[in-house]
Design a protein around this ligand. Structure first.
Ligand SMILES: Cc1cc2nc3c(=O)[nH]c(=O)nc-3n(C[C@H](O)[C@H](O)[C@H](O)COP(=O)(O)O)c2cc1C
Length: 162
C-alpha cells in the first residue's frame, strides 16, 4: 500500500500555507491544498492527513471548521496531524488549538502543534489592521514568527513510523 500524505490548510494571508510548504519539504511527497482556492482531492488516496489553520478572534478559519465537520468520518481513519498558526502561545494557544478541531479528531491526532505566526502588513485588510492596532497597540506588527523547532518536531512525529 502506498503511504501518501496530504496537507490541507486554511490560510488567510499565507502564514499557514507557508508552514504547509515548509512541512512538505520535510515530508517528501506530501501534497498541499489550500481550502481558499484548491479543490479537495479524494481523501481515500491518502493514509496521512495534516490539517493546518490560522486563528482569528480565537477561532480557526471557517473553511477548516467546515472541512473537518464535513469529512470527520473519513479523517478519523487517517494518521492525523493538526497544527495552527496563531499569535497566542502557552495556555491560551493550547486552548485555541484544542478548540480549533472537533474533539474526536483532536484526540486521535498523533501530532499537534502551535507553530507561531506571521503578519504581513502589506497584505492585511484595513479592518484587520484596525483590529490589530486595538489588540496590540503600537507594538511590532509582524507577529512573533514561525517556530522552526516546533515545525521540525511536528514533521518528525509525522514521519516516524510511517
Ligand atoms: C485581525 C487579526 C486577528 C487575529 N486574532 C488572533 C487570535 O484571536 N488569536 C491568535 O492566537 N492569533 C490571532 N491572530 C494572529 C494570526 O493567527 C496569525 O497572524 C497567523 O499567522 C495568520 O495566518 P494566515 O496568514 O495563514 O491566515 C490574528 C491576526 C489578525 C490579523
Amino acid at each position: 500500500m502506498s503511504h501518501r500524505s496530504l496537507i490541507v490548510v486554511a490560510s488567510k494571508y499565507g502564514c499557514t500555507e507557508k508552514s504547509a510548504f515548509l512541512l512538505q519539504s520535510r515530508l517528501g511527497g506530501a501534497e498541499v491544498v489550500n481550502l481558499r482556492y484548491g479543490k479537495v482531492p479524494d481523501l481515500a488516496a491518502y493514509d496521512t492527513v495534516i490539517l493546518g489553520g490560522s486563528i482569528y478572534y480565537g477561532r480557526i478559519r471557517k473553511d477548516m471548521a467546515v472541512f473537518t465537520a464535513q469529512y470527520k468520518q473519513e479523517l478519523l481513519r487517517k494518521r492525523l496531524g493538526l497544527f495552527i498558526c496563531a499569535g497566542m502561545t502557552g495556555k491560551k494557544g493550547e486552548e485555541e488549538l484544542k478548540q480549533a478541531y472537533p474533539d474526536i479528531i483532536y484526540n486521535k491526532a498523533i501530532a499537534k502543534e502551535i507553530i507561531g505566526d506571521e503578519i504581513y502588513p502589506d497584505r492585511i485588510s484595513i479592518l484587520d489592521k484596525c483590529v490589530l492596532r486595538m489588540v496590540k497597540g503600537k507594538g511590532p506588527k509582524t507577529g512573533g514568527g514561525l517556530s522552526m523547532d516546533k515545525l521540525e518536531r511536528f514533521a518528525q512525529t509525522m514521519s516516524a513510523g510511517e
